[in-house]
Design a protein around this ligand. Structure first.
Ligand SMILES: [Zn+2]
Length: 251
């Protein structure tokens, strides 16, 4: 780490992306990551930025800079493409527009979910915040079932003890929506008001945390839960998971 917030954030994102690629959760250009920098760090007001209006204002991010992976970036290449495929974005002081350095690549197509979820984290008073999105295999399979979301949420929360330790706010499932839309971003952010992890059914997982590691933890424990549930279903034809009396022993 260099002590430069932009450079250090790029390194953290690239290392996490390489890990997620090795796990097989980011085929092609799948997956995207963002990391909100501490207030007072990031882009300056006099930097030459290309600014666009945000369809949904984000007052809690006013004046803040976050790093985000770009449209079409590949997790397996991010360490090599670190200077071009992870870009800073600064929200203006009114929270209604965001700018990126002129000449830089466009942010991920899931930009709306990143900016709105980071706003949820900032509104909680977190100094930093991060959103990690992957196309994790087991959860893709589990969430493609026609089982109700509430049933899957409870099954995930009972699947293994780490879910209780690392996802204090739990998991929410969202029915399939068009990728990349502000409607999807808004619905996702609403669920993050009371969750650490949101599953986009038939698409992937999103983890929100105060740090990049916490966001990645949320994705990992949720994907592990999905894998356990699929194994239990195939071996015993039902989900087991932690019983009420066992859950109580965790607290
Ligand atoms: Zn995706």
């Amino acid at each position: 780490m260099t002590g430069d917030p932009l450079s250090d954030a790029r390194t953290e994102i690239a290392l996490t992306a390489a890990h997620l690629a090795r796990m097989g959760w980011s085929e092609g250009n799948a997956g995207n990551i963002s990391l909100l920098l501490p207030a007072g760090t990031g882009l300056d007001d006099d930097d030459d930025l290309v600014t666009e209006q945000l369809q949904v204002p984000v007052q809690s991010l006013a004046g803040r800079t976050f790093m985000v992976t770009t449209l079409g970036s590949r997790f397996r290449r991010l360490e090599r493409d670190i200077s071009t495929d992870i870009i800073p974005v600064k929200v203006d002081d009114s929270g209604t527009a965001a700018g990126r350095p002129r000449g830089s690549r466009k942010p991920t197509s899931e930009f709306s979910s990143h900016v709105l979820a980071l706003a949820v984290g900032a509104a909680r008073g977190w100094e930093t915040a991060s959103l990690v999105h992957t196309h994790s295999t087991s959860m893709l399979a589990l969430s493609s079932s026609e089982l109700p979301g509430e049933m899957l949420e409870e099954a995930v929360e009972r699947a293994h003890p780490e879910v209780s330790f690392l996802l204090r706010r739990g998991v929410k499932f969202l029915d399939f929506m068009a990728p990349g839309s502000w409607e999807l971003g808004t619905a996702t952010a609403e669920l993050f008001e009371s969750a650490d992890c949101v599953v986009w059914r038939k698409h992937g997982i999103l983890g929100l945390g105060a740090t990049l590691d916490e966001a990645c933890d949320a994705v990992e424990v949720t994907e592990k839960a999905a894998r356990l549930l699929l194994l239990e279903k195939s071996a015993f034809d039902r989900f087991f998971g932690l019983k009420d009396r066992e859950l109580k022993k965790l607290y």
